[in-house]
Design a protein around this ligand. Structure first.
Ligand code: B1M
Length: 211
């Protein structure tokens, strides 16, 4: 089994203590950081499938998520190096009612690497907290909302509506997360949608530089 395959298997099994060493070993063997990241993302898909099939439960999902986060910590310096000139501030969070943060953290990391300063509001973020962050932070050019549950898509819709009717200006809104589609993003009035962290970073830069 290659080191990357080992990383994937260990995330699936939630081997939180071993994963940092394995990721480092994969890097040392010459595997690319993006390939190791993709292996961990694939592992989380397997975890999700096992959860859907009733083979594992919430605690196992949680431990796998912790293992992936530990692995991402090792990769972060390699993935997040970026330009020093700021494109502005990006306020990011997972919408109210939703506790999933791995995808949101990856988006934050990639958006940061294109030149944004990040204000990360965490998970379960109500609309008014997004609005407060736009008011209280300097030079906010982008608000990024993540959501992983179909049940929290209405919260995403409410957040975008609240931001758009707040009277605040000078920023764009980007949304994403597994159940979110381009059509949904358009329907709720977001300025952009991205399916993954890499394209979120590209869209973020386009939105701000085109404004
Ligand atoms: Co949850 N969970 N979970 N879970 N969980 C899912 C999402 C689920 C698909 C699993 C399944 O049933 N197969 C399912 C949702 C079904 C649905 O709504 N359609 C589900 C469920 C049901 C639940 C609970 C309700 C379970 C329960 O309690 N019965 C519960 C809800 C809790 C809550 O939020 N209120 C729950 C809880 C949890 C844990 C807390 C245990 C844990 C999260 C821990 C954490 O995040 N720290 C967890 C996990 C780990 C998952 C799975 C297995 C993995 C999620 C993940 O991290 N993926 C997930 C199954 C799956 O995704 N296949 C599942 C890896 C990550 C890199 O991908 O987050 O999709 P993702 O991010 C991607 C893109 O979506 C995109 O870019 C990222 C990277 O490229 N993206 C954006 C994300 N945000 C973006 C924002 C953007 C642009 C792109 O612009 C702003």
């Amino acid at each position: 089994m290659s080191k990357v395959e080992e990383v994937k298997a260990h995330v699936e099994k939630g081997k939180t203590k071993l994963i940092s060493g394995l990721v480092q070993a994969a890097l040392d063997e010459g595997d690319a950081a993006m390939d190791i990241l993709q292996a961990m993302v694939d592992a989380m898909s397997v975890v999700g499938e096992k959860f859907s099939a009733g083979e594992i439960f919430v605690p196992e999902m949680l431990i796998a998520a912790k293992a992936m986060s530990n692995g991402v910590d090792v990769l972060k310096p390699l993935l997040a190096g970026g330009p020093s000139k700021s494109l502005g501030t990006c306020v990011i969070g997972t919408v109210q009612g939703d506790l999933h943060d791995i995808g949101k953290n990856l988006v934050a990391m990639m958006v940061e690497s294109t030149g944004f300063d990040i204000v990360d509001l965490g998970v379960d973020v109500p609309a008014d907290k997004f609005i407060d962050a736009v008011k209280t932070n300097e030079n906010v050019k982008l608000v990024a909302c993540s959501g992983l549950l179909t049940t929290t898509m209405p919260a995403m819709k409410d957040t975008v509506a609240a931001l758009k009717s707040s009277g605040l200006t000078g920023f764009k809104v980007i949304v994403g997360g597994a159940p979110v589609t381009e059509a949904f993003a358009t329907e709720i009035g977001a300025d952009a949608y991205a399916p993954d962290a890499g394209s979120a970073a590209v869209k973020a830069k386009e939105l701000v530089t085109a404004a």
